[in-house]
Design a protein around this ligand. Structure first.
Ligand SMILES: [Zn+2]
Ligand SMILES: [Zn+2]
Length: 333
């Protein structure tokens, strides 16, 4: 596979795709109906995978609602085990494929280097070991805590339990908007934890990964996990159904795996590959002060002047912005 047909690798080993991240067609005027339909199809297809996982988890791998009326070690442990297994499967699966088997070597990899295995930056001296630690020992328990709490609220009728049979249109409309809520919530908390002490104490753990791999996705400080998974609390405010809340959590818990692959394209067969849509967030890991949104689905970064598409012009604009901020800070002292 020749990745030079799709981008360029510079002398330092950084690979830049020719195709730049673009805002979703729903935010482009004049409207392009065909592009909007294609985009909508992609949006639904991607999120359908998480709907399917949520349904299977609910039907086959969740204790009965009656059992969840009272907190108990038994049922909470079952959910913890299920979530740990899912995390191992999804994060471990991507990692095994791309970083252990190295199925496509460094083709389409943004950074030609492999994760550090001998660095004092990381716990246990290894990026992957640190990433697995934060994901499994903090991410999965916090995710499970939110899930158990949400189930307990629904099971006891403390929040409205809207039945699919009674309000299918409402629930499907709400379900299809949840990924948008996920992105909005992420943008707000992400900007917050980039501020001074919050960054140094909390968010730095995630940013240790300047060369991210799948396990970096949920490699966050416990406080970040607590605010990151809090997007599910919307189901306490908006009448909903447990299936939708589980979907919200699955999306938060598992989508960072494919959001941090470190590869622009996954080779599926000879000369065939699929776009991972990773570049936008990869640039956040590389440059820190750009692309706070997880993607350009909602062009928040463009509206607030923090978007970076990997081009030289975007680079220059970023340095200008940083310089102006430093200058303004200097004046205020
Ligand atoms: Zn990240
Ligand atoms: Zn960040």
């Amino acid at each position: 596979m020749n990745d030079t047909l799709y981008g360029t690798r510079d002398k330092r080993g950084y690979w830049t795709p020719d195709r730049r991240p673009k805002r979703a067609p729903i935010f482009i005027w004049p409207a392009q109906p065909k592009a909007i339909l294609l985009w909508l199809f992609g949006y639904l297809k991607y999120n359908f995978a998480f709907v399917a996982i949520s349904l299977v988890a609910w039907v086959y791998l969740t204790p009965s609602v009656e059992a969840m009326r009272e907190f108990g070690v038994g049922w909470v442990s079952l959910i913890l085990l299920r979530n740990a297994a899912l995390a191992l499967l999804v994060y471990g699966g991507w990692h095994a494929l791309l970083y252990i088997r190295r199925r496509q070597q460094a083709d389409f990899k943004y950074n030609a280097k492999w994760p550090d295995t001998n660095s004092s930056t990381f716990l246990f001296g290894s990026q992957t070991a640190e990433n697995v630690f934060w994901t499994m020992c903090s991410g999965v328990p916090v995710w499970t805590g939110y899930e158990a709490f949400t189930w307990w609220m629904f099971a006891n009728g403390y929040i409205p339990y809207v039945e699919f049979r009674a309000h299918p249109v409402y629930l499907i409309a709400l379900l299809s908007l949840l990924p948008v809520w996920h992105q909005l919530h992420f943008y707000v908390i992400h900007r917050l934890i980039h501020m001074g002490p919050l960054y140094r104490v909390i968010h730095k753990v995630h940013h240790n990964n300047v060369n991210p791999g799948p396990w970096s996705g949920l490699s966050m400080h416990t406080f970040e996990h607590i605010i990151y998974f809090s997007s599910v609390l919307i189901h306490l405010l908006v009448p909903s159904n447990p299936m939708l809340a589980i979907f919200q959590l699955m999306l938060s818990a598992l989508s960072p795996a494919d959001g941090h692959l470190g590869f622009d394209r996954i080779v599926t067969a000879k000369e065939k590959h699929i776009d991972t849509n990773n570049y936008y967030h990869y640039l956040h890991h590389r440059y820190f002060e750009v692309n706070y949104g997880s993607s350009l689905t909602i062009p928040l970064d463009e509206w607030f002047g923090t978007a970076h598409d990997g081009s030289q012009e975007a680079d220059e604009a970023m340095y200008k912005r940083i310089k102006a901020r430093k200058y303004a800070r200097g004046l205020s002292h």
